[in-house]
Design a protein around this ligand. Structure first.
Ligand code: PMP
Length: 356
């Protein structure tokens, strides 16, 4: 029976990507070897890595100022690696904190230099994106979380800054077109819109590197990874391969314009349904609602268990809200079909007619 996968990450991937990845486990491109057993320095893998890098550059319309890296670890590694490479001990970095992941990023950065939290939306339980904030001109960079996965908010217009803009795009990477050239650094764990867990993508403007005084451990040094072409040591070969396939799929489907069109259609349907049924309530400011993660509540919390059970009955998974927020969270990443959103919307209407 069909499973409607609303997981927040690792999450749904395109069917064709899964088929090709499964095939490559048995025989990678007719080599007689599994993708799990090919060497990372073979031309076979170098072609995979190069295609992944080229696809990122094409999708984001990047030129030679930026480099694309595929590195180990989740986005959490980047919480440390970014300040290690960009923030001197006595310098200050500005952190825009509107959710738990941004908060974690700021906490890690404080281990390496000074951190100024320039925005905080806890006055309204992180249900909006703070737009009224000032960044010190001397800040090494401004860090934002482009999509707050847990709270269900998303930047729809990126801030103008005098200082380099750094973004954690783990939960909305490749969901829409934007002017990516103006970012100093973008990072994302792959396991939502880009592939399997275990690899990070980092896009970095090269001129920002090599400016801090501290000694950076080799494996943490972006410049050394650039020099080695993401092959300083054994990369997560299979995870990079799945990312390459997913990037190829995005391009074949019509690129970021098409991803945005689909994501807008899915999220508009879901938010309209929430807004039209008095049994449900979404607290996020309308202008900041995420295309990727919709967070909402049942006005009568005692009905939540019954609603979650109704979802389970029709094979919907991943709809329970994050433990600190509660309620319902429906994640609608690029690969989620509109039909799955239609099914949950019908279920919400049906549930309301029985319990309203
Ligand atoms: N940043 C954001 C926005 C996230 O959603 C997540 C994971 N859900 C992380 C960082 C942490 O990622 P990882 O588990 O890959 O370290």
């Amino acid at each position: 029976m069909k499973v409607h996968n609303f997981n927040s990450g690792p999450s749904i991937l395109p069917e064709s990507v899964m088929e090709q990845a499964a095939q490559a486990i048995h025989d990678f491109n007719g080599t007689g070897l599994s993708i799990l057993e090919i060497g990372h320095r073979t031309t076979h893998f170098q072609e995979v890595l190069q295609e992944a890098i080229n696809s990122v550059k094409q999708l984001m319309n990047l030129g030679d100022d930026h480099d694309v890296l595929f590195l180990h670890g989740g986005a959490t590694t980047q919480f440390m690696q970014v300040p290690m490479n960009l923030l001197d001990e006595n310098a200050t970095a500005a952190y825009h904190v509107n959710g738990i992941w941004g908060k974690k990023a700021a906490t890690e950065a404080a281990l390496f230099g000074k951190v100024e939290v320039v925005a905080d939306s806890t006055d309204k339980q992180n249900t909006y994106i703070s737009k009224d904030f000032a960044v010190p001109r001397s800040a090494a960079y401004l860090h934002i979380t482009s999509n707050n996965t847990v709270e269900g908010t998303q930047w729809h217009e990126f801030p103008e800054t005098q200082v380099p803009l750094v973004a954690d795009m783990s939960s909305d990477i490749f969901c829409r077109p934007a002017d990516y050239k103006r970012f100093g650094l973008i990072y994302a764990g792959a396991q939502k819109n880009m592939g399997a867990a275990g690899v990070n993508m980092v896009v970095v403007r090269k001129d920002l590197l090599g400016k801090v005084n501290r000694k950076i451990p080799t494996i943490m040094d972006y410049q050394k990874h650039i020099a080695a072409g993401s092959l300083m040591n054994t990369p997560p070969v299979f995870a990079v391969y799945v990312s390459m396939l997913t990037l190829r799929w995005i391009l074949q489907e019509g690129g970021l314009e098409e991803m945005e069109r689909r994501n807008k259609a899915k999220s508009a349907l879901l938010y309209q349904t929430i807004d039209s049924i008095p049994l449900f309530r979404a607290d996020v400011a309308k202008e900041d609602r995420s295309l990727m993660n919709a967070v909402f509540f049942l006005n009568d919390p005692s009905l939540e268990t019954a609603f979650l059970e109704a979802c389970k009955q029709v094979n919907m998974i991943g709809v329970k809200g994050y433990r600190t927020v509660g309620g319902i969270r429906v994640s609608m990443y690029n690969a989620l079909p509109l039909s799955s959103v239609e099914v949950i919307c019908e279920l919400m209407k049906d549930f309301a007619s029985k319990h309203g």
